[in-house]
Design a protein around this ligand. Structure first.
Ligand code: ZN
Length: 719
């Protein structure tokens, strides 16, 4: 009832459009020659509409799918306007959207009281408007090929964020919510109201006018600082110059071919991932790795060092105003973990679990290093990936170069799409629409002939584009209003001037990010936008994606798509070796993640005035990582998560513990068992944020999660 709004003509209009039969669409068009949104309320159209609805139902709605099943599911084509080099159309559209959203907000706040249905519906509409503009601005500033437009999107994002903050701290809105009698409401509506009230309270709605003003100012400053911090990382691409191809010894031939010397005989190697990772993993020359490592860990420096200090300070003041001791205390309060001390205890617990295995692995690296450098007494951070690769090759006969020949990007993409279709019983089809760059592809997901979502794949690097791998929302799904739409933005090989061979690790990342996208699609059929898709606790949101990673280690899955250029399928014996080698390195990996988590938590759980960032980083690295700090590096200036995750980086390990437990159910019942996959989809993914993460996990496992499955992965094997 509420989901379609209170206007009956609008309800019927939507029902009519949900019909999938081509024939019935013709009938619908004939019956409604004048229908367009401004004509919704014409009562004289109602009888015609009722007749058409009957006809639509009679034609069974079962043949060719209609691409435009739900009004509002289409994107406004203007937002992708190419003929806009100065970004004027985009900026104008942003202003229009802003004015509209602001008007809706002001109209709502002018009301002294409002019927519950109406209030909740209006709030939901406001969320939809804000979410859409913020999502699109965020995507644009990260992917658009036009730098002017990226900057315009950055400005648009900042303005909408300020409005978002204004709405999130609005006393009149909060007052309207507190007037709602929740006793007759359905559970889902009750949760919507309670969650919203809590969000207002966490935003300081109960504070004095003066303090609220300070909060708003801080929020705006934090947003700008964070945005600039991330932009500085994004735009900072540094290069080392090699004066001979001999320095590329050890690298795969296709990498060497892609990096031919220029007319001066120089080879430029970038700090961007497609260069950085292969160099760290394969380059035989220690000096090449060392120089690139140092440059990589200087990205964002020096400008981001000052910016980060300021960001920490503003967030500290923000938390103080709300009555918290520090920002970590504020940000963990509505997570599964609840407090910084729980987070610290978790970090230390995982560190202890991982230590014996990490130590064993470190010694194996050192022994390998001593084969070429007998004097070596410790392993450098820049040597870790290279030596790990050597150990895996010698000890487990797992050779990444042999493996990667089976993972060309196009085959991997096909494999991941068909795995999704098989596991979750859906169909993925191309979506004909406008895209922001020629390399971008667009798809639709259908479930039993029902369109449930759409997505873009922007998968290869280019100048000025986001450097990492992530899912960006475009619009989150709301039942009967809009379909979920999202974009995967990655930097994998396979674009122009690239042969497209992926490392197995990148295949894993692809599936991980795709997992977030699927979570948004399956969980995007919600009544309230605030509960749509991945809007769950942040320390849970990684778990479904981390669990999905397991399938790229499963031979039965790999054999469906991993073939080399001669058409041979990846041998099962090679996958077995990969699995043995996978176990190696886990202890070091976990401790490395724990070092990052401890950095994120400790930068935020105290007064930043007392922190010397570099000294703190060195100390934490000494406590949690077996690899020493390298002079003249400033890791924290390019650790983007310090802005986006603030104190919550521990969530990656926390959700990994949950993921291991969730996966144990598939291990027990079969990775390709449709019954368990369906149960998983229904209990974990589809509810989105409509229940607490703790409840979702318990519903799937039939008990609370525990550490057992995760600890088992870190057991030390002596051989
Ligand atoms: Zn993730």
């Amino acid at each position: 009832m509420i989901e379609y709004g209170s206007n009956p003509a609008r309800v019927l209009f939507r029902i009519c459009h949900q019909c999938r039969s081509t024939a019935s669409r013709i009938i619908a068009v004939k019956a409604f020659p004048l229908i367009s949104p401004p004509n919704f309320s014409r009562p004289r159209l109602l009888p015609a509409c009722l007749t058409a609805v009957a006809l639509l139902i009679l034609t069974a709605c079962s043949s060719a799918p209609n691409r435009d099943t739900i009004p509002g599911s289409n994107l406004n084509i203007n937002w992708l306007n190419y003929d806009d080099p100065q970004a004027t159309t985009y900026a104008q559209q942003c202003r229009i959207d802003f004015t509209q959203a602001n008007r809706s907000f002001l109209s709502l706040t002018s009301k002294k009281s409002l019927a519950t249905d109406k209030l909740l519906n209006e709030l939901n509409n406001l969320h939809i408007a804000l979410d859409k503009s913020l999502n699109r601005a965020s995507l644009y500033r990260n992917v658009h090929p036009n730098k002017t437009l990226r900057s315009a999107a950055n400005e648009c994002f900042k303005n909408f964020w300020a409005l978002n903050s204004e709405i999130g701290t609005s006393r009149p809105l909060y007052k309207l919510l507190t007037q709602v009698d929740t006793s007759p409401l359905e559970d889902i509506d009750k949760k919507f109201v309670e969650d919203l009230k809590q969000r207002f309270e966490r935003a300081g709605v109960a504070l004095s006018e003066d303090k609220r003003k300070q909060l708003k100012k801080l929020d705006r400053e934090i947003s700008i600082l964070g945005s600039d911090f991330s932009q500085n990382i994004r735009e900072d691409e540094r290069k080392i110059v090699l004066d001979s191809p001999l320095l590329l010894e050890g690298l795969p031939q296709d990498f060497i071919d892609d990096h031919a010397p220029n007319e001066k005989g120089q080879i430029l190697i970038s700090t961007d991932y497609p260069d950085y990772h292969p160099i760290m993993q394969y380059a035989k020359h220690d000096r090449v790795r060392f120089e690139l490592y140092k440059l990589f860990r200087k990205r964002g420096y020096p400008v981001n060092a000052g910016l980060l200090k300021e960001l920490l300070q503003k967030r500290y003041e923000y938390a103080n105003l709300l009555g918290y001791d520090n920002f970590a205390q504020f940000i963990t309060a509505d997570q599964m973990i609840q407090t910084p001390s729980h987070a610290q205890a978790f970090i230390d617990q995982i560190n202890e679990i991982a230590k014996p295995k990490a130590e064993q692995e470190y010694q194996a690296l050192l022994v390998t290093l001593q084969q070429t450098d007998p004097e070596a007494s410790n392993v450098g951070d820049w040597q870790k990936s290279y030596l790990e690769e050597q150990v895996k090759r010698e000890k487990y006969q797992s050779d990444a170069q042999e493996i990667r020949q089976y993972f060309r990007y196009d085959k991997v993409k096909k494999g991941i799409l068909s795995l999704t279709e098989d596991l979750f019983d859906v169909q993925i089809k191309p979506w004909k629409t406008q895209v922001w760059h020629d390399a971008v592809e667009a798809y639709e997901i259908w479930e039993k002939r029902k369109l449930i979502g759409r997505f873009y794949l922007d998968m290869h690097p280019r100048a000025g584009k986001y450097k990492h791998a992530a899912r960006f929302g475009v619009q989150d799904g709301v039942t009967g209003v809009q379909l979920p739409i999202a974009a995967l933005v990655c930097n994998f090989p396979g674009g122009e001037n690239s042969s497209g061979y992926m490392e197995h690790k990148q295949v894993e990342t692809f599936l991980h990010e795709f997992g977030h996208l699927l979570h948004g699609m399956f969980g995007g059929q919600q009544k309230w936008l605030a509960m749509s898709g991945i809007k769950t606790e942040r320390d849970f949101v990684e778990a479904p994606s981390q669990m999905l990673e397991e399938w790229v280690w499963d031979y039965n899955t790999l054999k469906t798509f991993a073939t080399n250029d001669a058409g041979d399928t990846i041998p099962e014996s090679l996958v077995n070796k990969m699995q043995s080698a996978r176990h190696y390195g886990m202890g070091l990996y976990v401790r490395h993640q724990i070092f990052y988590a401890a950095t994120s938590l400790n930068f935020y759980n105290q007064n930043p005035q007392n922190i010397d960032l570099l000294a703190a980083l060195k100390a934490l690295q000494g406590t949690y990582s077996p690899f020493h700090y390298v002079d003249d590096t400033y890791f924290y200036t390019s650790f983007g998560h310090l802005n986006s995750y603030s104190a919550l980086y521990y969530t990656y390990m926390w959700s990994q513990v949950i993921a291991a437990d969730l996966f144990s159910e598939f291990e027990r019942l079969g990775l390709r068992n449709p019954t368990v996959a369906q149960r998983y989809k229904e209990t974990i993914l589809e509810p989105g944020g409509s229940q607490t993460a703790e409840t979702l996990v318990e519903n799937f496992l039939g008990r609370p999660f525990n550490f057992d499955a995760f600890a088992k992965k870190l057991e030390v094997h002596t051989q």
